[in-house]
Write a protein that binds this ligand. Sequence first.
Ligand code: GRF
Length: 202
Amino acid sequence: MKKIVILISGRGSNMEALIAARDAGQLPVDIAAVISNRPDAMGLETAARAGITAHFIDHKAFAGREAFDAALAECIDSFAPDLVVLAGFMRILKGEFLRVFANRVVNIHPSLLPAFPGLESWKQALDYGVKFTGCTVHFVDQGVDTGPIIAQQTVPVLTGDTAETLHQRIQQAEWELYPKAVGALARGAVRTQGRQTIWKEK
Ligand code: GRF
């Protein structure tokens, strides 16, 4: 069975969706550990309650990004995961870290990339006036939200939506999409060819 490590910084609702899918037998992975860069991340308690090893590595305790990335890489490596799953991890990973974990880091982003990368994408979508937005699961590469796209789910923007209501519906879509995409990766059902990802099954 494939082993994953989940990285979080906050609430961890996507992490919870992954745990729930695993518990329901829909996600055939061993969740080896959850690691947060923030000691106060709510998701750490949720993970511990689910019996999953939960660690924090406080990025503020390090002199710079590279030192933090090295400590994080060492901690992740100790679990020898097949996949590193970012679930609301609010640190940009690049350079050496991505060389060590090349093609093994995935993220979920709250928009239909390449539209609205960066922060508060639901607000960007609302301000822009699009009729559809959604969420994207992608491999993490050296850019910000630029890696090859694995899966996307659309969410309509409704009349009267506020940033909060739209964000909530995008999150619900994320809770469906992320377990499906991670499950497909774990089963070896996704092949990459340059920027394209090819699903052998749906
Ligand atoms: C999600 O909206 C995800 O798209 C983004 O960060 C948020 C994390 O939320 N990368 P949660 O911590 O999983 O609730």
